[in-house]
Design a protein around this ligand. Structure first.
Ligand SMILES: Nc1ncnc2c1ncn2[C@@H]1O[C@H](COP(=O)(O)OP(=O)(O)O)[C@@H](O)[C@H]1O
Ligand SMILES: O=P(O)(O)OC[C@H]1O[C@](O)(COP(=O)(O)O)[C@@H](O)[C@@H]1O
Length: 302
Protein backbone atom coordinates (compact mmCIF):
# COMPACT_ATOMS: atom_id res chain seq x y z
CA UNK A 1 0.00 0.00 0.00
CA UNK A 2 0.96 3.61 -0.50
CA UNK A 3 1.27 6.41 2.04
CA UNK A 4 1.34 9.96 0.71
CA UNK A 5 3.03 12.75 2.66
CA UNK A 6 2.07 16.36 1.97
CA UNK A 7 4.07 18.77 4.11
CA UNK A 8 2.39 21.79 2.55
CA UNK A 9 -1.23 21.02 1.56
CA UNK A 10 -3.45 23.66 0.01
CA UNK A 11 -7.05 24.44 -0.64
CA UNK A 12 -7.10 24.94 -4.41
CA UNK A 13 -9.29 27.84 -5.47
CA UNK A 14 -10.03 27.84 -9.22
CA UNK A 15 -11.65 30.95 -10.71
CA UNK A 16 -12.61 31.28 -14.35
CA UNK A 17 -12.96 34.55 -16.29
CA UNK A 18 -14.15 34.94 -19.86
CA UNK A 19 -12.08 38.09 -20.30
CA UNK A 20 -8.37 38.66 -19.89
CA UNK A 21 -7.30 39.78 -16.44
CA UNK A 22 -6.48 43.49 -16.46
CA UNK A 23 -4.99 45.75 -13.73
CA UNK A 24 -6.85 48.54 -11.92
CA UNK A 25 -10.37 47.16 -12.44
CA UNK A 26 -12.63 44.69 -10.69
CA UNK A 27 -12.56 41.33 -12.44
CA UNK A 28 -15.75 39.33 -11.87
CA UNK A 29 -15.40 35.57 -12.14
CA UNK A 30 -17.82 33.46 -14.17
CA UNK A 31 -17.24 30.44 -11.96
CA UNK A 32 -15.31 29.48 -8.85
CA UNK A 33 -14.61 26.28 -6.94
CA UNK A 34 -12.61 24.98 -3.99
CA UNK A 35 -10.83 21.60 -3.95
CA UNK A 36 -8.59 19.82 -1.47
CA UNK A 37 -5.07 20.05 -2.90
CA UNK A 38 -1.35 19.60 -2.47
CA UNK A 39 0.54 16.94 -4.39
CA UNK A 40 0.27 13.99 -2.02
CA UNK A 41 -3.37 14.76 -1.27
CA UNK A 42 -4.32 14.84 -4.95
CA UNK A 43 -2.50 11.55 -5.45
CA UNK A 44 -4.28 9.95 -2.47
CA UNK A 45 -7.67 11.00 -3.85
CA UNK A 46 -6.90 9.58 -7.28
CA UNK A 47 -5.40 6.35 -5.94
CA UNK A 48 -8.45 5.85 -3.73
CA UNK A 49 -10.73 6.47 -6.72
CA UNK A 50 -8.79 3.74 -8.55
CA UNK A 51 -9.28 1.36 -5.57
CA UNK A 52 -5.60 1.28 -4.58
CA UNK A 53 -4.99 1.00 -0.83
CA UNK A 54 -3.63 4.34 0.27
CA UNK A 55 -3.37 6.60 3.33
CA UNK A 56 -2.88 10.38 3.11
CA UNK A 57 -0.68 12.02 5.74
CA UNK A 58 0.78 15.47 6.11
CA UNK A 59 0.24 18.65 8.10
CA UNK A 60 -3.11 20.39 8.43
CA UNK A 61 -4.25 23.46 10.39
CA UNK A 62 -6.95 26.14 10.60
CA UNK A 63 -10.21 26.44 8.64
CA UNK A 64 -8.58 25.44 5.37
CA UNK A 65 -7.15 22.36 7.06
CA UNK A 66 -10.66 21.44 8.26
CA UNK A 67 -11.98 21.81 4.69
CA UNK A 68 -9.34 19.40 3.39
CA UNK A 69 -10.03 16.91 6.18
CA UNK A 70 -13.80 16.98 5.46
CA UNK A 71 -13.31 16.69 1.70
CA UNK A 72 -11.04 13.66 2.07
CA UNK A 73 -13.53 12.03 4.40
CA UNK A 74 -16.33 12.62 1.86
CA UNK A 75 -14.13 11.07 -0.84
CA UNK A 76 -13.48 8.00 1.32
CA UNK A 77 -9.74 8.68 1.56
CA UNK A 78 -8.04 7.16 4.61
CA UNK A 79 -6.04 9.79 6.50
CA UNK A 80 -3.47 10.14 9.29
CA UNK A 81 -2.65 13.85 9.40
CA UNK A 82 -0.65 15.75 12.03
CA UNK A 83 -2.38 18.88 13.37
CA UNK A 84 -0.35 22.09 13.32
CA UNK A 85 -1.04 25.57 14.70
CA UNK A 86 -0.69 27.55 11.46
CA UNK A 87 -3.41 27.79 8.83
CA UNK A 88 -3.09 25.56 5.74
CA UNK A 89 -2.53 27.73 2.65
CA UNK A 90 -4.95 28.59 -0.16
CA UNK A 91 -3.60 28.45 -3.73
CA UNK A 92 -5.39 30.14 -6.60
CA UNK A 93 -5.59 29.21 -10.26
CA UNK A 94 -7.13 31.90 -12.43
CA UNK A 95 -8.17 30.84 -15.93
CA UNK A 96 -8.75 33.86 -18.12
CA UNK A 97 -9.21 33.92 -21.90
CA UNK A 98 -7.28 30.64 -22.34
CA UNK A 99 -4.43 31.79 -20.10
CA UNK A 100 -3.64 30.11 -16.79
CA UNK A 101 -2.26 31.93 -13.74
CA UNK A 102 -1.06 29.84 -10.78
CA UNK A 103 -0.70 31.78 -7.53
CA UNK A 104 0.73 29.59 -4.77
CA UNK A 105 1.24 30.71 -1.18
CA UNK A 106 4.36 29.75 0.80
CA UNK A 107 2.36 28.18 3.64
CA UNK A 108 2.51 28.81 7.39
CA UNK A 109 5.85 28.19 9.12
CA UNK A 110 6.24 24.88 10.96
CA UNK A 111 8.67 23.49 13.52
CA UNK A 112 11.18 20.80 12.48
CA UNK A 113 9.72 18.48 15.10
CA UNK A 114 6.80 17.76 12.75
CA UNK A 115 9.10 15.47 10.77
CA UNK A 116 9.29 13.03 13.72
CA UNK A 117 5.51 13.08 14.10
CA UNK A 118 5.02 12.39 10.41
CA UNK A 119 7.59 9.63 10.34
CA UNK A 120 5.69 7.98 13.19
CA UNK A 121 2.46 8.21 11.16
CA UNK A 122 4.14 6.67 8.11
CA UNK A 123 5.76 3.80 10.06
CA UNK A 124 2.41 2.94 11.68
CA UNK A 125 1.04 2.08 8.20
CA UNK A 126 3.93 -0.24 7.14
CA UNK A 127 3.70 0.95 3.51
CA UNK A 128 5.50 -0.53 0.49
CA UNK A 129 5.71 2.88 -1.13
CA UNK A 130 5.75 6.41 0.25
CA UNK A 131 5.09 9.44 -1.93
CA UNK A 132 6.38 12.75 -0.59
CA UNK A 133 4.78 15.44 -2.72
CA UNK A 134 4.93 19.22 -3.05
CA UNK A 135 6.84 22.17 -1.71
CA UNK A 136 7.97 22.52 1.90
CA UNK A 137 6.53 25.13 4.26
CA UNK A 138 8.90 27.69 5.84
CA UNK A 139 10.94 26.00 8.59
CA UNK A 140 11.68 22.77 6.69
CA UNK A 141 14.52 21.84 4.32
CA UNK A 142 15.24 18.93 1.96
CA UNK A 143 16.29 16.96 5.03
CA UNK A 144 12.59 16.63 5.93
CA UNK A 145 12.10 14.55 2.78
CA UNK A 146 15.40 12.65 3.08
CA UNK A 147 14.46 11.60 6.59
CA UNK A 148 11.19 10.06 5.37
CA UNK A 149 13.07 8.28 2.57
CA UNK A 150 15.63 6.84 4.98
CA UNK A 151 13.13 6.16 7.76
CA UNK A 152 11.98 2.66 6.75
CA UNK A 153 12.26 -0.09 4.16
CA UNK A 154 9.69 1.39 1.81
CA UNK A 155 10.39 2.75 -1.67
CA UNK A 156 10.15 6.53 -1.65
CA UNK A 157 8.81 8.57 -4.55
CA UNK A 158 9.38 12.31 -4.52
CA UNK A 159 7.59 15.05 -6.42
CA UNK A 160 9.08 18.42 -5.64
CA UNK A 161 11.01 21.14 -7.43
CA UNK A 162 13.34 24.09 -7.00
CA UNK A 163 16.32 24.00 -4.65
CA UNK A 164 14.79 21.17 -2.63
CA UNK A 165 14.94 18.74 -5.58
CA UNK A 166 18.62 19.56 -6.11
CA UNK A 167 19.44 19.22 -2.40
CA UNK A 168 17.98 15.74 -1.80
CA UNK A 169 20.59 13.27 -0.57
CA UNK A 170 18.80 9.97 0.16
CA UNK A 171 18.03 7.13 -2.29
CA UNK A 172 14.67 7.35 -4.10
CA UNK A 173 12.67 4.95 -6.28
CA UNK A 174 11.41 7.78 -8.49
CA UNK A 175 11.23 11.53 -8.86
CA UNK A 176 8.69 13.37 -11.01
CA UNK A 177 9.89 16.73 -12.24
CA UNK A 178 7.97 18.66 -14.87
CA UNK A 179 9.94 20.12 -17.75
CA UNK A 180 10.84 23.36 -15.95
CA UNK A 181 11.87 21.53 -12.78
CA UNK A 182 13.97 19.07 -14.80
CA UNK A 183 15.73 21.95 -16.59
CA UNK A 184 16.29 23.87 -13.35
CA UNK A 185 17.60 20.80 -11.50
CA UNK A 186 20.02 19.70 -14.23
CA UNK A 187 20.90 22.89 -16.10
CA UNK A 188 20.40 20.83 -19.29
CA UNK A 189 18.70 21.90 -22.51
CA UNK A 190 15.16 20.53 -22.18
CA UNK A 191 13.73 22.17 -25.28
CA UNK A 192 13.35 18.82 -27.08
CA UNK A 193 11.93 15.48 -25.91
CA UNK A 194 15.35 13.86 -26.53
CA UNK A 195 17.02 16.60 -24.47
CA UNK A 196 14.57 15.86 -21.63
CA UNK A 197 15.39 12.14 -21.82
CA UNK A 198 19.14 12.88 -21.65
CA UNK A 199 18.60 15.19 -18.69
CA UNK A 200 16.40 12.62 -16.92
CA UNK A 201 18.98 9.88 -17.52
CA UNK A 202 21.76 12.05 -16.07
CA UNK A 203 19.59 13.04 -13.13
CA UNK A 204 19.14 9.37 -12.11
CA UNK A 205 22.75 9.39 -10.90
CA UNK A 206 21.74 11.85 -8.18
CA UNK A 207 19.93 9.05 -6.31
CA UNK A 208 16.81 8.25 -8.34
CA UNK A 209 16.19 4.72 -9.70
CA UNK A 210 13.76 6.15 -12.22
CA UNK A 211 12.82 9.63 -13.41
CA UNK A 212 9.30 10.38 -14.64
CA UNK A 213 9.37 13.74 -16.42
CA UNK A 214 6.07 15.34 -17.37
CA UNK A 215 6.22 17.47 -20.49
CA UNK A 216 2.76 19.05 -20.55
CA UNK A 217 1.23 18.92 -24.04
CA UNK A 218 4.31 16.97 -25.21
CA UNK A 219 3.44 14.00 -22.96
CA UNK A 220 5.81 12.30 -20.55
CA UNK A 221 8.99 10.23 -20.37
CA UNK A 222 9.96 7.48 -17.95
CA UNK A 223 13.65 6.67 -17.71
CA UNK A 224 14.97 3.72 -15.72
CA UNK A 225 16.84 0.42 -16.02
CA UNK A 226 14.20 -0.71 -18.53
CA UNK A 227 15.26 2.10 -20.90
CA UNK A 228 13.80 5.42 -22.02
CA UNK A 229 10.08 5.38 -22.68
CA UNK A 230 8.19 8.27 -24.25
CA UNK A 231 4.40 8.66 -24.31
CA UNK A 232 2.73 11.32 -26.39
CA UNK A 233 -0.06 13.30 -24.73
CA UNK A 234 -3.61 12.66 -25.91
CA UNK A 235 -5.30 15.22 -28.14
CA UNK A 236 -7.90 16.64 -25.76
CA UNK A 237 -9.60 19.89 -24.76
CA UNK A 238 -7.74 21.22 -21.74
CA UNK A 239 -9.61 23.30 -19.13
CA UNK A 240 -6.61 23.78 -16.82
CA UNK A 241 -3.45 21.85 -15.95
CA UNK A 242 -3.55 22.10 -12.15
CA UNK A 243 -3.11 18.60 -10.79
CA UNK A 244 -1.93 17.22 -14.16
CA UNK A 245 1.44 16.12 -12.80
CA UNK A 246 -0.14 14.56 -9.72
CA UNK A 247 -2.51 12.64 -11.97
CA UNK A 248 0.30 11.37 -14.18
CA UNK A 249 2.19 10.14 -11.13
CA UNK A 250 -0.94 8.59 -9.58
CA UNK A 251 -1.62 6.61 -12.75
CA UNK A 252 1.95 5.31 -12.80
CA UNK A 253 1.84 4.32 -9.12
CA UNK A 254 -1.61 2.79 -9.48
CA UNK A 255 -0.34 0.52 -12.29
CA UNK A 256 2.84 -0.41 -10.41
CA UNK A 257 0.72 -1.40 -7.42
CA UNK A 258 -0.87 -4.10 -9.61
CA UNK A 259 2.56 -5.31 -10.77
CA UNK A 260 2.36 -3.66 -14.21
CA UNK A 261 5.54 -2.90 -16.18
CA UNK A 262 6.88 0.59 -16.83
CA UNK A 263 5.29 0.87 -20.26
CA UNK A 264 1.79 0.09 -18.97
CA UNK A 265 2.40 2.38 -15.99
CA UNK A 266 3.36 5.30 -18.23
CA UNK A 267 0.32 4.77 -20.44
CA UNK A 268 -1.92 4.66 -17.37
CA UNK A 269 -0.35 7.87 -16.07
CA UNK A 270 -1.01 9.73 -19.29
CA UNK A 271 -4.60 8.42 -19.39
CA UNK A 272 -5.31 9.60 -15.83
CA UNK A 273 -3.74 13.02 -16.41
CA UNK A 274 -5.82 13.45 -19.58
CA UNK A 275 -8.97 13.03 -17.52
CA UNK A 276 -7.82 15.56 -14.91
CA UNK A 277 -6.88 18.35 -17.35
CA UNK A 278 -10.31 18.18 -18.97
CA UNK A 279 -11.90 19.32 -15.69
CA UNK A 280 -11.45 22.53 -13.72
CA UNK A 281 -9.34 22.43 -10.56
CA UNK A 282 -8.15 19.30 -8.79
CA UNK A 283 -11.51 17.57 -8.29
CA UNK A 284 -11.38 13.80 -8.88
CA UNK A 285 -12.62 13.00 -12.42
CA UNK A 286 -14.48 9.88 -13.55
CA UNK A 287 -11.83 7.16 -13.87
CA UNK A 288 -14.13 4.27 -14.78
CA UNK A 289 -12.98 3.91 -18.39
CA UNK A 290 -9.30 4.48 -17.63
CA UNK A 291 -8.32 1.07 -19.04
CA UNK A 292 -9.74 1.82 -22.48
CA UNK A 293 -8.25 5.33 -22.44
CA UNK A 294 -4.88 3.80 -21.52
CA UNK A 295 -5.06 1.57 -24.61
CA UNK A 296 -5.17 4.73 -26.72
CA UNK A 297 -1.84 6.03 -25.39
CA UNK A 298 1.17 5.33 -27.60
CA UNK A 299 4.54 4.63 -26.01
CA UNK A 300 7.83 4.36 -27.91
CA UNK A 301 11.44 3.86 -26.93
CA UNK A 302 13.80 6.78 -27.39
N1 LIG B 1 -2.11 20.58 -22.98
C1 LIG B 1 -2.16 19.27 -22.67
N2 LIG B 1 -2.71 18.38 -23.54
C2 LIG B 1 -2.79 17.07 -23.26
N3 LIG B 1 -2.31 16.52 -22.12
C3 LIG B 1 -1.73 17.35 -21.22
C4 LIG B 1 -1.62 18.76 -21.44
N4 LIG B 1 -1.01 19.32 -20.37
C5 LIG B 1 -0.75 18.29 -19.51
N5 LIG B 1 -1.17 17.12 -20.03
C6 LIG B 1 -1.03 15.77 -19.41
O1 LIG B 1 -0.71 15.93 -18.04
C7 LIG B 1 0.61 15.40 -17.76
C8 LIG B 1 1.31 16.27 -16.73
O2 LIG B 1 1.38 17.58 -17.21
P1 LIG B 1 2.43 18.69 -16.75
O3 LIG B 1 1.80 20.00 -17.08
O4 LIG B 1 3.76 18.41 -17.35
O5 LIG B 1 2.51 18.44 -15.18
P2 LIG B 1 2.74 19.44 -13.95
O6 LIG B 1 1.35 19.71 -13.44
O7 LIG B 1 3.54 18.65 -12.99
O8 LIG B 1 3.45 20.66 -14.47
C9 LIG B 1 1.32 15.34 -19.11
O9 LIG B 1 2.33 14.35 -19.09
C10 LIG B 1 0.15 15.03 -20.05
O10 LIG B 1 -0.13 13.64 -20.06
O1 LIG C 1 3.47 22.46 -3.20
P1 LIG C 1 3.48 23.31 -4.44
O2 LIG C 1 4.64 23.08 -5.34
O3 LIG C 1 3.27 24.77 -4.13
O4 LIG C 1 2.23 22.87 -5.31
C1 LIG C 1 0.97 22.80 -4.72
C2 LIG C 1 -0.07 22.84 -5.77
O5 LIG C 1 0.19 21.82 -6.72
C3 LIG C 1 -0.94 20.97 -6.86
O6 LIG C 1 -0.71 19.80 -6.08
C4 LIG C 1 -1.09 20.62 -8.31
O7 LIG C 1 0.16 20.07 -8.75
P2 LIG C 1 0.47 19.67 -10.23
O8 LIG C 1 -0.19 20.69 -11.12
O9 LIG C 1 1.98 19.68 -10.33
O10 LIG C 1 -0.08 18.28 -10.43
C5 LIG C 1 -2.11 21.75 -6.30
O11 LIG C 1 -3.12 20.92 -5.78
C6 LIG C 1 -1.47 22.59 -5.23
O12 LIG C 1 -2.12 23.80 -5.01
Amino acid sequence: MIVTVTYNPAVDQTVQFEQQIAPDRVMRADSAQFDAGGKGINAAQLLTAMDRPCVATGLLGGFTGSFIRDTLQDDGVETAFVDVNGTTRLNTTAIAAAEEYKLNQAGSPVDESVVDSLLERVRAQSPDRVLVGGSLPPGLSAEAIDRIAAGGDWETIVDTGGDVLRELDAQYGLCKPNRTELGDATGADVSTVEGCADAAEAFRERGFDRVLASLGADGAILVGDAGRLYAEALDIDVVDTVGAGDALLSGVLSAWETGADDETALRTGVAVSSQVVQRAGTAVPDLNDIDSLRDGVTVRRL
